[in-house]
Design a protein around this ligand. Structure first.
Ligand SMILES: [Zn+2]
Length: 349
């Protein structure tokens, strides 16, 4: 199915100018549709089933009608919402979000948005508070417990552990202890309410060891390691998935659909980081991982800032995922597109 191009033109008068305008718009629509078909033919087989966007965010300046429109237009049946409490780089045009916004969307568009208890918070930027939670962090844990007890939130995240800076400021470059009193407390909450936790942690081998310690201590908790398991290389991903049956990974932001995407190696690569695809083709080693572990991955667009939540950027990312999923066996594609997210977030099919 191609997205339908709907054009609404106000019928004010039948004068020549507006007739020419209408004809021009109609020609433009045909031209654009032809471009889309041409691009698809070039891309090979597309995955055409419904998908679930398992790595979504909300901020204070996100336009909710746009979020509804872009997900519907791209046949995204549901999207997770992880509130970004950090201020955005664009200041007043990219205000911080909160969990209540996620709840509001879930009520307005039933079944289409899945709120998680957001953890991209200014109060979580100091490593000392992870080792010895101060009053603010203790209050956050209590608040998280209350929110999960309400049954309205389907998980915890995104918890930012190791983050490479792409802006200036206090919440840009972050390095926090993955094995700590705070992450253990979150794990106990996840266990109590049977919900997953999403972690953002670049795959530095020294950190992976400590992450393994945490995952091993809570074998009944599902941990979701965002961004293709911290942008790790294929052998490292195989190792960690084999070792920990309770670990999932999302492919949030891993499409190479712009210069500023994790899929392009942005904002920087390290010796342990890897890409997932090049020019819309899975790297062979990664493709083999997805075929061998089809129950362990989910897709995600990872749009965290208001300026990128639009038809072009969102649509491009989902289209690229459809192109990539089309390269997998049908059963692996279906599970990564939606089946795993249905199971992990306990959504009704
Ligand atoms: Zn992330």
């Amino acid at each position: 199915m191609y997205p339908t191009l709907t054009i609404r033109i106000k019928h004010t008068s039948g004068d020549g100018a507006s007739r020419y305008f209408r004809r021009g718009i109609a020609l433009l629509a045909v031209f654009l549709a032809t471009l889309v078909i041409y691009a698809d033919a070039k891309a090979g087989k597309l995955y055409r089933g419904p998908v679930i966007d398992a790595h979504g965010h909300i901020g204070g300046s996100f336009d909710r009608e746009t979020m509804d429109r872009v997900t519907s237009a791209n046949r995204v049946r549901a999207m997770t919402l992880m509130a970004r409490y950090y201020p955005g780089p664009a200041g007043g045009r990219d205000r911080p979000g909160d969990d209540e916004m996620g709840l509001d969307l879930a009520v307005r568009f039933p079944g289409r948005f899945i709120p998680l208890v957001g953890m991209q918070r200014p109060i979580l930027a100091d490593p000392d508070d992870w080792l010895n939670p101060d009053d603010a962090v203790k209050a956050l844990l209590e608040d998280t417990e209350r929110k999960l007890a309400s049954g309205k939130f389907r998980g915890i995240g995104e918890v930012i552990v190791r983050h490479f800076a792409y802006t200036r400021g206090k919440y840009a470059e972050l390095n926090l202890p993955i094995y700590s009193t705070f992450t253990q407390a979150l794990s106990r909450l996840a266990l109590k309410f049977d919900v997953p936790i999403v972690f953002h942690m670049e795959g530095d081998p020294a950190l992976v060891k400590n992450f393994g310690r945490l995952i091993g201590e809570y074998p009944k908790v599902i941990y979701i390691w965002a961004h293709n398991c911290g942008r790790s290389q294929a052998p490292a991903i195989r190792q960690v998935l084999t070792r920990h049956p309770n670990l999932m990974c999302d492919l949030g932001g891993m499409t190479h659909t712009g210069i500023q995407t994790y899929g392009a190696g942005w904002p920087r690569m390290e010796s342990y980081t890897a890409l997932m695809e090049v020019n819309g083709k899975f790297l062979p080693q990664m493709q083999a991982v997805y075929e061998d572990f089809p129950d362990r991955f989910m897709i995600g667009t990872d749009i965290a800032h208001a300026r990128a939540m639009n038809d072009q950027i969102y649509g491009r990312r989902i289209r690229r995922f459809r192109q990539l999923l089309g390269q997998l066996s049908p059963s692996a594609a279906k599970r990564i597109a939606e089946g795993n997210a249905l199971r992990i977030f306990k959504l009704k099919n």
